[in-house]
Design a protein around this ligand. Structure first.
Ligand code: ADP
Length: 445
């Protein structure tokens, strides 16, 4: 078993990982930037090491500094959390090269899934449906034109190395393609160091439904699905488990398809397979994430499985503590991401939290690392808390979420609480049948 775990992350996910690690009897080490000196993970870890200035490039993305902290602290494993270095295969390799455990899939699997076009081709070859599109990277506009004609507009241009909702462009006509192709290449190069693009058919009324899998090298189990269609600029805001949209039949087919493909690939650790589901419930793989996800708590609430604990067990070389038959989805969970930002313009609102209150109660879970008097630094993501409500059914979860959000009080910075509360009231959201464009195009408040 891992004895000492270094957590190469910050904020709520650093605390979330720390909790499971401590419950398993591990010692915990966190690394932090100068801006995070007074943060909660630093106060609660057994050891903490400063790895550099505030800018992510100089600290949380600084592999050499993180590796030195691992050496000094004599940690035997590194958990990368999400974001930062979590999906960087070179980091996983560097960790393993030092004889440490990287808590995640193998570097080969991270590399495979990090190349979205290769991932798409691989999944297709394993019998997982993908959207019509290019066969490989599309370098020339002529080629793009031909493919677009064949599959029909609208299409979406995607950066092979893209992520985090960036590097995508929806193209509605040949004229738009002419206008956008070169810019998309240039943008991809600037953002991801690779100008490679591929093409997919764009689905206008799509649901984003994802499947969580966990493997221990021998056994691979799908632990249910999540609906993540509530998005702004391709970034999730509210997530639920199970998806209120798909039928039981579609669900079973999706889980089975993913489980089968993951088994063939020999996947280890946590991997999420993201799908777009159209109105007729056809599902198409879009990408896989090889790390713990922000929205993992909704799966934990409905299954009772501690995903981080299982991830740590598997990384330690143990078997999963449960089998496929033990996965029973009960009730419904909804997560709302609370961001420190202007709820209308979405501009980040860093600064000091003068007053803070989070409610508790039956079925309410708060994953957060902020506290009264905490100063939210301007250098990182604006998400400061996740409020997760669990109920016996979706309606109960909705009611619990609404009351809990109303009872939440954050003074000193602007937050998206008013937006979340309005969303909860909308009939469309309450119906459970909302698409990825709902928030940006249909929702008025
Ligand atoms: P990222 O890695 O940046 O999160 P994804 O490939 O997971 O990118 O896509 C993120 C979101 O973008 C999806 O949830 C969906 O809203 C939208 N999207 C991506 N591909 C398509 C497509 N082919 N048709 C419609 N929407 C898409």
């Amino acid at each position: 078993m891992i004895k000492k775990l270094l957590i190469a992350n910050r904020g709520e996910i650093a605390l979330r990982i720390m909790t499971s690690a401590k419950e398993l009897g591990m010692k915990t080490v966190v690394v932090f930037s100068e801006a995070d000196r007074d943060s909660m993970p630093v106060q609660l870890a057994d050891e903490a090491y400063c790895i550099g200035p505030a800018k992510p490039q100089d600290s949380y993305l600084n592999m050499a500094a993180i590796m030195s902290a691992a050496e000094i602290s004599k940690a035997d494993a590194i958990h990368p959390g999400y974001g930062f270095l979590s999906e960087n295969p070179r980091f996983a390799e560097a960790v393993e090269a030092e004889g440490l455990i990287f808590v995640g899939p193998s570097p080969q699997h991270i590399r495979l899934m990090g190349d979205k076009q290769r991932a798409r081709k691989t999944m297709e070859s394993l019998g997982v449906p993908v959207l019509p599109g290019s066969d490989g990277v599309v370098n020339r506009i002529g080629e793009a034109r031909r493919i677009a004609e064949k599959i029909g507009y609208p299409i979406i241009l995607k950066a092979v190395a893209g992520g985090g909702g960036r590097g995508m462009r929806i193209i509605n006509s040949p004229a738009e393609l002419e206008e956008n192709f070169k810019t998309a290449q240039r943008e991809a190069y600037l953002a991801f160091n690779s100008q490679d693009l591929y093409i997919e058919k764009y689905i206008e009324r799509a649901h984003h439904v994802e499947v969580q899998i966990i493997g221990d090298g021998e056994n691979v189990v799908a632990v249910g699905d999540r609906e993540c269609s509530m998005q702004r600029r391709h970034q999730k805001i509210v997530e639920e488990a199970p998806s209120p949209f798909i039928s039981q039949r579609t669900r079973e087919k999706m889980l089975e398809t993913v489980e089968e493909a993951s088994r063939k690939l020999g996947l280890k650790s946590l991997v999420t397979f993201e799908f777009l589901v159209d109105e007729e419930e056809n599902f198409y793989f879009i990408e896989a994430n090889t790390r713990i996800q922000v929205e993992h708590p909704v799966t934990e609430q409905v299954t009772g499985i501690d995903l981080v604990k299982e991830q740590l067990l598997v990384a330690s070389g143990e078997k999963l503590s449960f089998s496929k038959e033990d996965v029973i989805v009960r009730g419904h969970a909804i997560e709302a991401r609370i961001n420190a930002e202007d709820p209308r313009s979405f501009t980040p609102s860093p600064g000091k939290i003068h007053f803070l209150f989070f409610p508790g109660g039956n079925g309410i879970r708060i994953d957060s690392a902020v506290f009264q008097g905490y100063e939210i630094p301007p250098f990182y993501d604006s998400m400061i808390a996740k409020l997760i409500a669990y109920g016996r059914d979706r309606n109960e979860a909705l009611h619990k979420l609404e009351v809990a959000l109303k009872h939440t009080s954050i003074v000193g910075v602007k937050t998206n609480l008013p937006l979340l509360l309005s969303l909860l009231k909308s009939a469309k959201f309450r119906s459970g049948n909302y698409t990825t464009r709902f928030l940006e195009e249909e929702f008025i408040w």
